[in-house]
Every structure is written in structure tokens, then in C-alpha cells.
Write a protein that binds this ligand. Structure first.
Ligand SMILES: [Zn+2]
Ligand SMILES: [Zn+2]
Length: 114
């Protein structure tokens, strides 16, 4: 075995040790990071949910049917004074069968709801 072989062997040993150590460290760090990432991801998800809800809420914002201005709460448009119907689908009780539907017709018996 020549000198260079021995040096090479020693180096290999050292390198392997270092590499193994680095791998261990790397795994530890990866685990830490994974935990962090999960937490961050969770937070991001929460934020996105919040934002989507906010967006949905603003998409569903009431608008004046006359001038198109957004009217969040007032029963009358501050721009043109048009009366704005309450938010959401209007639920009506069927006069025939008594079930509540949000459409124009009773979903149970087909009676026209006024
Ligand atoms: Zn208006
Ligand atoms: Zn009905």
C-alpha cells in the first residue's frame, strides 16, 4: 500500500465521517424544517382561507341594482336612493306543503312561491 493510498484511505474515512455527520445534521435540520414548514403551511392555508372568505364576502357584496354602487349595509343606496333588497336568497315558505325553499318554486311540491 503506497503513501497516497493511505492518505486516500484516511481522507475517505474523514470524508465519510464528515459526510455522515453532515447527513445526520441535515436530517435533524430537515426534521426541524419540516416541522416549521408544516406550521408555516398551516398558517399560509389559514391566511388563504381568510382571504378567500373575505373575497367571497366582497363578491357577495350587495350592489345597488340601479347604479351598481356597492352598498354594504344600508337599506338604501347612498348614491341614488334605490332600495336594496336584503342579502342572500330569500327563503319562502310554501303555502301548499309548508316547506321552505329559496327558489321561485317549492322544491318539494312545485308550488309557485311569491
Ligand atoms: Zn344606486
Ligand atoms: Zn310545497
Amino acid at each position: 500500500m503506497g503513501l497516497f493510498d493511505r492518505i486516500g484511505e484516511k481522507l475517505n474515512e474523514k470524508v465519510r465521517e464528515t459526510v455522515e455527520q453532515k447527513i445526520d445534521e441535515g436530517i435533524d435540520r430537515a426534521v426541524d424544517k419540516a416541522t416549521d414548514t408544516d406550521a408555516i403551511e398551516e398558517r399560509i392555508q389559514e391566511r388563504m382561507d381568510e382571504r378567500r372568505e373575505a373575497k367571497e364576502a366582497s363578491d357577495a357584496a350587495r350592489r345597488c341594482p340601479n347604479c351598481g354602487k356597492e352598498v354594504p349595509e344600508d337599506p338604501f343606496c347612498p348614491e341614488c336612493g334605490t332600495r336594496i333588497e336584503p342579502e342572500g336568497p330569500v327563503e319562502r315558505k310554501c303555502p301548499n306543503c309548508g316547506s321552505v325553499s329559496s327558489g321561485k318554486f317549492c322544491s318539494k311540491c312545485g308550488t309557485k312561491l311569491e
